[in-house]
Design a binder for this molecule. Sequence first.
Ligand SMILES: Cc1cc2nc3c(=O)[nH]c(=O)nc-3n(C[C@H](O)[C@H](O)[C@H](O)COP(=O)(O)O)c2cc1C
Length: 166
Amino acid sequence: MSANTEPTPPESLFRDAMSQFASGVTLVTTRGPDGQAYGFTASAFSSLSLHPPLVLVCMGARATAYPVFMEATRFAISILAEDQAHLARLFSTRGTDRFGDPAIFDSPHGLPVAAGALARLDCALETRYPGGDHAVLIGRPLHIDLTPGKPLIHYDRALMGLDHDG
Ligand SMILES: Cc1cc2nc3c(=O)[nH]c(=O)nc-3n(C[C@H](O)[C@H](O)[C@H](O)COP(=O)(O)O)c2cc1C
């Protein structure tokens, strides 16, 4: 289609525009076939459908755990609370011991999730779609836990709480 050959704005402008979209922050986790835990920080998370309930998360193909997530049939989402910026950083920094953190424990489906997260969703993989240099993982929640609190926000390339006044 000719639309695919039309020029696009510079990458820096695209990044600047995306930085103006405020979002929550999640940890996306799974286990490999050997039981080893894998996970990464993701703000590209969304509710997708209500009937049936579905969520989606976008995962970069260059992430260490990408091949594992491309085989996984289950994954978990932990929606981080405002005091969990350290977990967002831990799960986005290469070479860290992500699962040694005391907040991480096993969900009912045996997936690593974060204590204190506002919501934890164990999901069955429904489908995956390619999306440029990312893949879109679509999951159907199997189990949900809630913890009251305020969310961690990602906005303008920074992590903050809702009460942040700039
Ligand atoms: C606030 C924040 C949001 C992020 N959102 C995403 C995302 O939605 N999808 C993604 O693939 N990576 C996202 N990342 C980057 C990944 O967490 C990071 O690239 C990944 O953990 C790579 O490290 P690894 O290869 O050591 O796992 C985000 C990072 C941060 C700090």
